[in-house]
Design a protein around this ligand. Structure first.
Ligand code: NOJ
Ligand code: NOJ
Ligand code: CA
Ligand code: CA
Length: 688
């Protein structure tokens, strides 16, 4: 029985589990390009392109269009269980001097209003209700990094970055006495700091240390959550301080927890420690660009092979604490589409089959199932031309979405390479006794597969893709060896076994962080129908609901820090451990800490460490930094925006660390600072 004892302020229907997307398939829609369900709301004049011949302009797609495509079964029959829509908020109306418009939704003007070209608030409510009654979650894009294009010196450029609070002007870029924006020029992407505190292209970059703006953005996202939004995709997370974003996540998770993932773009071959740190510590997941780039290299560019892919799978499993929560894809609106004119659609089909059976939450970019092409923005954002439900891609998505839904090995399992050469990859996903085995041959000759082992129990297994990609059945002996078979050229087969556990097994915990009292959902199987206990470390959590596969609890009131979670069923059988759930000290706010006169040797950087877990509990290895010293303040002043508990007396010190880990502490007594109850602040000390 599902008993929800905590009260949501939402006025609209809820989809089932908003913090666990492991069994879902996300479909990413550029709202303007999907389907025009209401020509009445299309823009007039020069920002509209009647037949979508100018891809920089609005083409008419809207929420009514999405509603119609839910109602006619196009999305549900494809197996889509979540839709990521363009940012729904009001955007600029101006035509950009280069002929661009805000059809993509990334140029916000007023976060408390809707983009009228997508629909009214009641259209939005109908979209939410239609989605929910069809088992679909709605994820909204959100851009708290910037407003819109602006030039410091030319107020007539676009809309001068103007941002409004429900109709009241807050600031423009060239008239900004209260510092809503950074005025540090555009970033050259040369460092993390430069990317955060300077403009991304010509986009007016927010000063998130401004308390009116901080409150406005947090209030705004809560309004959308209250309308029933089930997930958030945060734009440009590499361009905002992690500290502010942690305070945002704390606000969201204390208000109404939903799965949140950020966009941290990585190019081909790019691996970033900061990206891993962000995914592990910020409270939100990330779009898995490393996955997307690698599968592109293997199946589209031919510049990498399955050994590289397998290495990526193994490395990311180590780099990301919650690899199953990272959001995977084969292409998106900022990359070349996977399908190419002139090259066979078969590679898109194979890539989708791999995507949907891999770890991570898969996202299908709209139109991939129709083999839309286009290598660069805006050609990779063409309008949907047809909604053909008999393409191979459509059928593959539909088949494998079912497997994802019914077999927890896909959502929760780890990945084991079972057979590999440069053309062939056979990998097994396993969660308890649930198994999904996938074989792909990207080469143009058949491959003899001998000596393949599997955890599948003895028996014969049919291809879950129904031979759409020329897959075969396999026979497995009692000892787990697969009888030799031929894997077809450009063939993919998927075999599965459902073996539900009778003892508790945790597959997923969400959100991955929270303060005492926040609701947390634990998913898995074998929990039993009668209530047992859930422990954070050695403390029992109070239970809100309990079922065979899903438990809701409240984060217990214990000292902040990282705690392993276990579930015991009613008979006392204990589950596997979910590692290091992070309990934060309380409501979080973002504070700018700084230190003057901190002179360092080459190879030394300044960090901050203090008496709360957010400041590393005096452990120099967990000190926050390296702090910055180039843009907002300059060396020998160092600064960093950090999420810390509100209304709390904090003690801290600055330290110098070099790359070998040598630590120099400040002398004197600890700095002491009481954080405000809400808002933001800046506190600058002198190095002592
Ligand atoms: C990343 C988005 O995906 C991209 O399309 C957008 O232009 C930039 N962020 C700026 O919002
Ligand atoms: C840890 C102590 O708790 C703190 O008070 C002190 O300032 C530093 N170590 C440096 O000695
Ligand atoms: Ca329209
Ligand atoms: Ca920024």
């Amino acid at each position: 029985m599902f008993v929800s004892t905590f009260v949501f302020t939402s006025v609209h229907s809820e989809a089932s589990n908003d913090v666990n997307y492991s069994n879902d398939v996300i479909y990413q829609i550029v709202t303007d390009r999907f389907y025009d369900g209401n020509p009445e709301n299309n823009p007039n004049g020069d920002i509209f392109s009647e037949n979508c011949s100018n891809l920089h302009k609005y083409c008419g797609g809207d929420w009514q269009g999405i509603i119609e495509k839910i109602n006619d079964g196009y999305l549900t029959d494809m197996g889509v269980t979540a839709i990521w829509i363009s940012q729904p908020v009001e955007n600029v109306y101006a035509l950009h001097p280069s002929g661009y418009t805000s059809y993509h939704g990334y140029w916000a003007r007023d976060y408390k209003k809707t983009n009228p070209f997508f629909g009214s608030l009641s259209d939005f409510d109908r979209l939410i209700d239609t989605a929910h009654s069809n088992g679909i979650k709605i994820i909204m894009d959100f851009t708290p990094n910037h407003s819109s294009p602006a030039l410091e010196t030319d107020p007539s450029y676009a809309e001068n970055g103007a941002v409004y609070n429900n109709g009241t002007l807050l600031a423009t870029y060239s008239n900004d006495p209260n510092n809503f924006f950074h005025h540090n020029g555009g970033t050259d992407f040369s460092s993390y700091e430069d990317s955060i505190y300077r403009n991304l292209y010509d986009l007016a970059d927010y000063n998130l240390n401004n308390e009116v703006l901080d409150q406005y953005l947090k209030e705004s996202i809560k309004l959308w959550l209250d309308r029933g939004v089930d997930g958030i995709r945060v734009d440009a997370v590499k361009h905002m301080s992690q500290g502010w974003q942690e305070s945002l996540m704390s606000e969201i998770y204390s208000h109404r927890p939903v799965f949140t993932f950020g966009e941290w773009f990585l190019g081909k071959g790019e691996i970033s420690q900061q990206n891993h740190y962000f995914a592990n510590e910020s409270g939100m997941s990330l779009l898995d660009f490393r996955y997307g780039q690698t599968i592109t290299e293997v199946l589209k560019d031919g510049t990498a092979n399955w050994y590289d892919f397998n290495k990526m799978i193994q490395n990311t499993a180590e780099n990301y604490d919650e690899v199953i929560d990272q959001v995977t894809f084969i292409d998106n609106h900022d990359m070349s589409r996977f399908s190419d004119e002139g090259s066979p659609n078969r590679y898109t089909d194979m890539a989708l089959a791999v995507l949907l059976t891999s770890r991570g939450v898969p996202t299908i970019y709209y139109g991939t199932e129709q083999y839309l092409t286009g290598s660069k923005d805006p050609n990779n954002r063409k309008q949907m031309e047809n909604f053909n439900i008999s393409t191979n891609s459509y059928k593959i998505i539909s088949q494998l979405a079912q497997v994802r839904k019914s077999n927890p090995a896909v959502g929760y399992g780890d990945t084991q390479e079972r057979w590999i050469n440069s053309d062939v990859y056979i990998y097994e996903r396993q969660f308890g006794n649930n198994i999904v085995l996938t074989a792909v041959n990207s080469g143009t000759s058949p491959q003899n597969i001998t000596n393949l082992s599997t955890a599948l129990p003895g028996g014969t297994y049919r291809d879950e893709l129904n031979h759409i990609l020329d897959g075969n059945s396999i026979s497995v002996t009692q000892d787990g060896s697969v009888e030799s078979f031929q894997l077809s050229p450009k063939g993919v087969a998927v075999w599965q076994f459902n073996g539900p556990s009778t003892t508790p097994m945790i597959g997923h915990v969400g959100p991955m962080t929270g303060k005492a009292g926040n609701p947390i959902t634990i998913s898995g199987e074998g929990f039993g129908s009668s209530e047992g206990t859930v422990q954070f470390g050695s403390t029992n959590a109070s239970i809100l609901s309990w079922s065979e596969t899903e438990i809701q609890v409240r984060v217990p009131d214990v000292t902040a820090g990282k705690y392993d979670i276990t579930v015991s069923n009613a008979k006392g059988t204990i589950s596997n451990k979910y590692h290091e759930f992070e309990i934060v000290t309380g409501n979080q706010i973002a504070i700018r800490f700084g230190v003057n006169n901190a002179y360092t040797e080459p190879d030394e950087n300044v960090y901050i460490v203090g008496n709360v877990s957010e400041l590393g509990n005096w452990d120099p290895d967990k000190a926050i930094g390296p702090m910055f010293n180039q843009v907002a303040y300059e060396y020998p002043t160092w600064y960093y925006d950090i999420s810390v508990p509100a209304s709390k007396e904090i003690e801290y010190k600055f330290i110098k660390k070099d790359s070998s880990g040598n630590v120099v502490w400040e002398s004197g007594s600890n700095h002491v600072y009481t954080t405000p109850a809400q808002g933001t602040d800046t506190i600058i000390a002198n190095w002592q």
